[in-house]
Ligand binder design. Structure first.
Ligand code: SF4
Length: 407
């Protein structure tokens, strides 16, 4: 499915994290982080593969001690995606992770503050041509940059990143991407906007410690999507208190819904239901969502509560189903193609979606040659029956408006 976004993207220089380009005109990438002990390389690799399948392009693993660095040495050659080592307070772990062959480091300027140590790491990265993410975090900002009255301000977050960049400059290293995360959405938005005005390095977006879904997902989306719509951001991470697969899926879904990445799985649309619905739309939509979850079929699929308005309202969907009189009316691009029993609505959607994915919409319409006349007739019968029983005003809107007027 084609990418539809027309947001003007900020021009950034491009770096490569392993084989994945970040910045410039490269697709915006999704990142996540493993929650296993890195030294448990089998468990970590299992999680990396699951993250890759869920849509992650790059995965970060913690490198907090020498056993973790040894784990990375085993993980990197077998990983399906480039690996970023997350470095905490000890710059020697950065050097060990480089020795292990990682594709990128993440340094927090608030944690490693000695210029000599920062420059030693940057020099080693320059020699190996391995990029670094300068990962500024409002919660661990260098205290000497905090505003005495306002704490971590957007200006202070940007200043921290620029100071780190200046150290890198001294050793001739510039393979850098930058993040200025905060758990406050307005703060991170301001900081990234200022950073985008200050440097052309690629930016890694995130709302740190966003919390558990759904509130955490909404918070992260508010921050990341606002910036992406302004053309700011080259790679993203949802920091959720949840299974990291949720982070990868959320990141992927956000980019797909903004038209910034090609769709990998279905775009399920569903009506909100109303007095005319002939099925439990919420349940059927959720069942369909679950059934399509691992299918990787990049179609728009509609679940509609009634055959009166459903096929018309979802006529642009590749495929859809609308309920009527205990049966499901399947339609392809708004054309009725088949009728199935109510309990077969989701399996029928899967069957037709797979057929379209393999053969195309025209072939699906040909497949319906023998059934479409009957299907159209049955839909008309159920539409007439629904209208006969519920009238034109199934939601009793006119009655309510009358009551308001007579009040
Ligand atoms: S009219 Fe039909 S399609 Fe529209 S919201 Fe109601 S049930 Fe859904």
């Amino acid at each position: 499915m084609k990418v539809e976004s027309n947001f003007a993207r900020r021009k950034t220089r491009q770096i490569s994290v392993g084989t994945v380009p970040v910045g410039g005109d490269a697709p915006i990438t999704v990142q996540s982080m493993t929650v296993t002990k890195t030294e448990d390389h089998e468990a970590t690799l299992t999680q990396i593969y699951a993250l890759f399948a869920a849509g992650a392009d790059i995965v970060r693993c913690t490198c907090n001690r020498i056993e973790a660095a040894e784990g990375l040495a085993r993980i990197v050659p077998r990983s399906p995606v480039p690996i970023v080592a997350d470095i905490h307070n000890n710059h020697k772990m950065a050097l060990a992770a480089l020795e292990a062959g990682v594709h990128c480091l993440r340094l927090n300027p608030g944690n490693i503050r000695k210029p000599d140590q920062i420059k030693a790491v940057a020099k080693e990265c320059a020699d190996r041509q391995v990029p670094i993410r300068i990962g500024v975090n409002a919660g661990s900002l260098d205290p000497d940059l905090c505003d005495p009255d306002h704490g971590a301000t957007p200006e202070a977050l940007v200043a921290s990143a620029m100071r780190e960049l200046a150290y890198f400059d001294e050793v001739g290293f510039d393979l850098v991407k930058i993040s200025v995360k905060a758990s406050s959405v307005p703060l991170m938005i301001d900081a990234y906007r200022q950073l985008a005005e200050t440097t052309d390095h690629p930016l890694h977006l995130g709302v740190t410690e966003a919390g558990p879904p759904p509130a955490g997902t909404i918070k992260a989306t508010a921050g990341i999507a606002t910036l992406l719509a302004e053309g700011i951001g080259d790679t993203i991470r949802y920091s959720l208190t949840a299974d990291p697969l949720e982070e990868a899926k959320a990141g992927r879904q956000l980019l797909e819904s903004l038209g910034l990445r090609e769709r990998k799985n279905i775009d399920l649309i569903a009506c909100p239901s109303c007095g005319r619905a002939e099925i439990d739309v919420f349940k059927v939509a959720q069942d369909a969502m679950n059934a399509f979850a691992d299918k990787q079929i990049p179609l728009q699929v509609a679940v509609m509560g009634c055959v009166v308005n459903g096929p018309g309202e979802a006529r642009d969907a590749d495929l859809g189903i609308a309920a009527g009189n205990r049966r499901g009316h399947l339609f392809v691009k708004g054309e009725n193609v088949a009728v199935v029993a109510e309990d077969q609505m989701v399996p029928a959607l899967i069957d037709w979606a797979e057929y379209i994915a393999n053969n195309g919409v025209d072939a699906a319409l040909e497949r319906a040659a023998a059934t479409k006349t009957e299907a159209r007739k049955a839909a008309q019968e159920d539409r007439d029956r629904n209208l006969g029983e519920l009238g034109e005003d199934a939601n009793q809107t006119a009655v309510v408006i009358d009551a308001i007027r007579n009040h």
